[in-house]
Write a protein that binds this ligand. Sequence first.
Ligand SMILES: [Zn+2]
Ligand SMILES: [Zn+2]
Length: 52
Amino acid sequence: MWSSPEHRTERCASCDTEREFTQPPCEEGHEVCPEWSCVICGSALFLAMAAA
Ligand SMILES: [Zn+2]
Ligand SMILES: [Zn+2]
């Protein structure tokens, strides 16, 4: 049920509810960037990626 790999729904600590998150352009060259940004308030969320 993935709608898009570039968006996901996570709980936003700032909004205190579920929000859609999107990935800002990565400036650090991560192959899989852990940084996501709330589309409502812009709060950053770092998701721990499963170690490859
Ligand atoms: Zn990155
Ligand atoms: Zn938010």
